[in-house]
Design a protein around this ligand. Structure first.
Ligand SMILES: O=C(O)CCC(=O)C(=O)O
Ligand SMILES: [Fe+2]
Ligand SMILES: [Mn+2]
Length: 221
């Protein structure tokens, strides 16, 4: 038994919202790809979606930019938040970032329509630092991480509405991330039907880059 996958998994409880290609990758990414289901209370989810919906509805969904990672989306970079939302964002900051990390401001808000999806990509290292933290609203979705050098190594995260995910270190730099399109939206055997999904994404700045420096990041980095 010693050294078997079963024993390794036995000593490493894998939560129900994470799947992976094997025990090694699950173990390796345990602290760098983290999901916290139910991070938001129902009231907090409501606060955020009520505040964001009217701003997003003023924009049109975008499609088929030939090289773009995201399809069927609209987005905004938001710097003015209600007091209630600021309190939520502060909770995200405390949960996901270390005191030494400076956050990129404004906050990235992304609205994916039901058939919208995000192709595999690694966020620009020029503009985004070591940590990415995202809240998911409205629809569940599956985020897949694939090792950029070893495509057989992957992880899938089930992102329920109200959950927070955190990608840092190796999960952020060595793995691409994507949000599966509706037709491919399965978590193992479980079908995860996609509806409209709003995400609120906080990122750290690259080390050594001050918040007010020139060379501001592009909208989606
Ligand atoms: O919607 C998300 O949670 C992730 C978005 C993303 O990967 C990006 O904007 O770079
Ligand atoms: Fe990304
Ligand atoms: Mn991006």
């Amino acid at each position: 038994m010693a050294g078997s996958g079963r024993l390794a998994l036995g000593t490493l409880p894998v939560p129900g919202w994470v799947r992976g290609s094997g025990p090694a990758v699950l173990s390796r990414l345990r602290d760098t790809a983290v999901v916290r289901p139910g991070f938001l209370s129902a009231a907090e989810e409501e606060t955020l979606s009520r505040e964001l919906d009217p701003e997003l509805r003023r924009r049109r969904y975008e499609y088929d930019h030939w090289d773009a990672a995201i399809h069927g989306f609209r987005e905004t970079e938001k710097s003015r938040w209600s007091e209630a939302s600021r309190a939520i964002l502060q909770r995200v900051q405390a949960a996901a970032f270390s005191p030494g990390q400076t956050l990129l401001s404004p906050v990235h808000v992304l609205d994916l329509e039901p058939r919208g999806y995000i192709k595999p990509h690694v966020d620009s290292i020029k503009f985004c630092g070591a940590t990415i933290a995202g809240l998911s609203l409205l629809s569940p979705s599956v985020m897949r991480l694939v090792h950029t050098q070893e495509p057989g190594e992957w992880l899938e995260l089930l992102l329920e509405p109200g959950s927070l995910y955190i990608l840092r270190g190796s999960a952020r730099y060595d793995f691409s991330h994507e949000i599966l399109r509706d037709e491919e939206s399965f978590f193992g055997e479980r079908r995860v039907p996609r509806g409209r999904r709003i995400s609120v994404i906080c990122r750290s700045l690259p080390e050594g880059m001050g918040p007010g420096e020139p060379g501001q990041p592009p909208p989606a980095c």
